[in-house]
Structures are given as structure tokens and as C-alpha cells.
Design a protein around this ligand. Structure first.
Ligand SMILES: [Zn+2]
Length: 154
């Protein structure tokens, strides 16, 4: 609302956009469900309503053929409770996530199927520790293989 030169108020009319999130739930034939996105979150990230399972992370990776990462931003509660989950997408070989004292890297995917942490993966864990994040172990979700744990040491 603003005041016009004649001293009257003016306002703007508009049609309400659909209350749409950037993600939605997709139901599968086997009765399970996955979270899908309307736009790739990229390195700015997308807030999501719940933690994704490794299978749900791999669904996104298979569909979009890029690495995805899932991050938990610690909340104000005890042990970081009440925080928020975010996903990030990158390229076929990398994904960029935020680094802060309140960041927990839950998992990231390897579309190429490597079950080993890359040098950059380990460097990122060291960086998280250096800035004060309590996290020491994260997980890799490799395509076609079991989830793997890793730390800054390998
Ligand atoms: Zn990796």
C-alpha cells in the first residue's frame, strides 16, 4: 500500500499463485514413495520436509544423473533438534554444500558408483570439523552398491 499524489492510498491486485513447493511426493508401484523436485536445487539448496532415505537420494540421482547431497542444519534444540533438512544438486561428479558450524552432511550420492570417498569428500569432512561442526562421519550412496561411511581419514 502506498500513498498517491492525490493523497489517496493505492494497492496492488493480483492472482494468488498456487501454494506450490519446489518438491512433491511421488508414489511408486511397490507402495513406497519418493520425493521429487520441480526444479533442481543446485548449490543454493532446497529445504525439504523430512530426511530422505538412501533409496530416495538414489531416485533423484538416477532421474537427474547428477550428484545429490543431503544436509541437516542443526536447530536450537538439544543435540541440534528442531533443525531443517536441505538437498543440493551438482554435476555428474560433484556437488557443492554449505560449510558451517551448524552443518551436518548426512549423505551424498555417487552416480558413477564409486564406493570410496574422493579426496574432496575427505577434505570437506576435515573442513566441517575445522569450522566447528560436531560431525565426524558421513555417508556415500553409490549407485548400485551399499551405503558407505567415511570420515576425513577415509
Ligand atoms: Zn563423494
Amino acid at each position: 500500500m502506498s500513498k498517491t499524489s492525490s493523497g489517496l492510498f493505492s494497492g496492488t491486485l493480483g492472482e494468488q499463485a498456487d501454494l506450490e513447493e519446489d518438491y512433491y511426493t511421488r508414489y511408486l508401484n511397490d507402495g513406497g514413495s519418493v520425493l521429487d523436485v520441480r526444479v533442481l536445487p543446485g548449490s543454493s539448496g532446497m529445504r525439504i520436509p523430512r530426511r530422505l532415505t538412501p533409496e530416495q537420494m538414489m531416485f533423484l540421482t538416477d532421474k537427474y544423473e547428477v550428484e545429490f547431497a543431503q544436509v541437516y542444519e542443526l536447530g536450537p534444540g538439544r543435540n541440534g533438534g528442531g533443525g531443517q533438512y536441505y538437498i543440493y544438486s551438482g554435476t555428474r561428479r560433484s556437488v557443492t554444500v554449505p560449510i558451517s558450524s551448524t552443518t551436518i552432511l548426512i549423505s551424498h550420492t555417487h552416480p558413477g558408483g564409486s564406493a570410496f570417498p574422493s579426496r574432496k569428500d575427505m577434505q570437506l569432512m576435515a573442513l566441517l570439523a575445522r569450522v566447528g561442526s560436531p560431525q565426524r562421519v558421513s555417508t556415500i550412496v553409490p549407485r548400485g552398491k551399499k551405503v558407505v561411511k567415511f570420515s576425513s581419514k577415509g
